[in-house]
Write a protein that binds this ligand. Structure first.
Ligand SMILES: C[S@@+](CC[C@H](N)C(=O)[O-])C[C@H]1O[C@@H](n2cnc3c(N)ncnc32)[C@H](O)[C@@H]1O
Length: 239
């Protein structure tokens, strides 16, 4: 989706976080992604321990960081985390969230990844990830990745296109794994919030979309949505 859609979302919902109640049946791809990042960062941190006496740990870039809540979450496992997003509204929210949480080892950068170099020096990061964010950063990812670094992401579509980009950017795919589950929403309000955040959907919480919501929620609760994700990761291919 374009920048305007994310700008509107940031203004309307105060970010991109999950605002509804739900439970999962089956696989939860997002939980698997967090576990994967945690393990990757733990391993990289262990390699660094002793080399960096002040604050050991890897440096991380979160591409398409949105409201920054996930970036802040990851900061506990890293020496330094940078969140990048092309929506000024999202960057404002992210900086506000950082201030409230008083987390020092994070910075947020407003920039696009599309058709331009990433605004960082060569070999800046040990891990570059995109959590449902863009994949156009891959074109310049190898330059800003440190030797031995990893690129990774979780997405819900465009699997072949993203894997193609990973390979075309000079990475060897080391993970390409699918997850399927069902998200179950206890109330109509929870389901409406979920539906409203799907790119391209209207805001079903508004009265003018009540008739459509009635149609979508005609059977009684709970409401169910099939969820699908894939987690990918790549390491620099030998030249
Ligand atoms: C689906 S949201 C995910 C936000 C966050 N990663 C999360 O998981 O909560 C995608 C984010 O990527 C940003 N984005 C999309 N395309 C971008 C681009 N080309 N350059 C920079 N940011 C982009 C949007 O502004 C949005 O905040």
């Amino acid at each position: 989706m374009g920048r305007d859609w994310y700008e509107a979302l940031a203004r309307k919902f105060g970010g991109y976080r999950k605002m509804w109640d739900s439970e999962f049946e089956g696989e939860d791809g997002e939980a698997a992604f967090t576990a994967f990042l945690r393990e990757t960062l733990r391993q990289k941190g262990a390699e660094d321990a002793g080399l960096m006496p002040r604050r050991p740990g890897p440096t991380v870039l979160d591409v398409g960081c949105g409201d920054g809540l996930y970036t802040l979450h990851v900061s506990a496992l890293a020496a330094q985390v940078t969140g990048l997003d092309f929506s000024p509204e999202m960057i404002t929210l992210a900086r506000r969230n950082q201030q409230s949480a008083a987390i020092p080892n994070v910075d947020f950068v407003g920039a696009t990844t599309s058709g331009t170099a990433l605004p960082f020096p060569d070999q800046s990061f040990d891990l570059i990830f995109s959590r449902r964010g863009p994949s156009s950063h891959l074109a310049d990812a190898r330059r800003v990745l440190k030797p031995g670094g990893l690129v990774a992401g979780i997405h819900t579509g465009a699997r072949d296109e993203i894997i193609g980009r990973v390979e075309a950017a000079g990475f060897q795919v080391v993970r390409n794994q699918e997850y399927r589950g069902t998200e179950i929403f206890p109330t109509r309000e929870d389901y409406a919030l979920f539906l409203s955040r799907i790119p391209g959907n209207p805001d079903y919480t508004l009265p003018e979309h009540a008739a459509e919501l009635d149609r979508l929620t005609a059977p009684p609760p709970p409401y169910r949505a099939e969820r699908w994700w894939f987690i990918w990761a790549g390491t620099p291919s030998p030249r």
